[in-house]
Write a protein that binds this ligand. Sequence first.
Ligand SMILES: Nc1ncnc2c1ncn2[C@@H]1O[C@H](COP(=O)(O)OP(=O)(O)OP(=O)(O)O)[C@@H](O)[C@H]1O
Length: 314
Amino acid sequence: MKDADVIVSVRQLNKTYKNGFSALKGVDLDIKRGELLALLGPNGAGKTTMIGIITGLVNASSGSVTVDGYDIGRDFRQIRPKIGLVPQELLTDSFETVWATVSFSRGLFGKPANPELIEKILRDLSLWDKRNNKILSLSGGMKRRVLIAKALAHEPVLLFLDEPTAGVDVELRHDMWRMVRKLQENGVTIVLTTHYIEEAEDMADRIAVINQGEIMLIEEKEKLMHQLGKKELHIQLDKALMFIPPELASYQLGLVNEGKTLIYTYDTQQEHGQQLGIASFMKRLDQLKIEFSDLKSKESSLEEIFVNLVREAK
Ligand SMILES: Nc1ncnc2c1ncn2[C@@H]1O[C@H](COP(=O)(O)OP(=O)(O)OP(=O)(O)O)[C@@H](O)[C@H]1O
């Protein structure tokens, strides 16, 4: 990857908290300019810690992070205005109004006032009607909308969304994804952590899986689903089988639906290599006179891929 294509470069990043807990262990990561990178990982994997370090909220124990070529330790003042962060925690109750809070947030980064922009952000997030309400009078979902508005008010080029849709309703989730897509069209780089894997599947260009402070994998989403994905063939048998015939022992098979459905699981990668590929399997069925009425193929979801990865590491 050329330097210009990389907006964030993380090298050998370690974080050991004061209590001795090692939350990040030698993380290397490049975030590409303009991409939407989804960071997946179980609770406690280190996602928030990593975002905290890149956004200057947490000090690294060792390693380096550069944003747009600036070092986060040395040049944080240049970096900070480029970054927007929607944190996990909700706002503490505040007596300020929505409008004041969001406008003030822009001013903090030294950007000139831009009421038209603030209005647009508030409208996009369905907060316009609430602009004169005090934050403490808002519902949890509304407070989350304010957090997003605050993160966008200074027009960051790099936006971190730390579980932005945890516990929010469907409407906000849709509003958010619409906004995120628009931001991405305008060249904003987005890093998203989420526990909703289907969200990553829908939105991400690349997916990184982090577990116990280490990056387990980082890959283009499409490639990942293809490479790691297993496919299943569901075969509706004419006659139920009591057990899997020993002649088929070399295939990965399961019987469900009272023996009426045979499930053949195979690696998409091996599909072409092919000793145990579909063609040979179908031939075996034919030889064994196992007849079927229907055949369905199912690609495994990212969720299955993720669960398998994290399970394997245990
Ligand atoms: N201030 C702290 N002191 C000690 N340990 C901490 C501190 N902050 C976080 N940790 C620990 O570091 C690990 C990583 O936490 P982190 O919040 O980065 O995980 P996460 O991947 O964001 O998890 P989640 O999905 O639950 O938000 C956890 O085991 C957590 O308990």
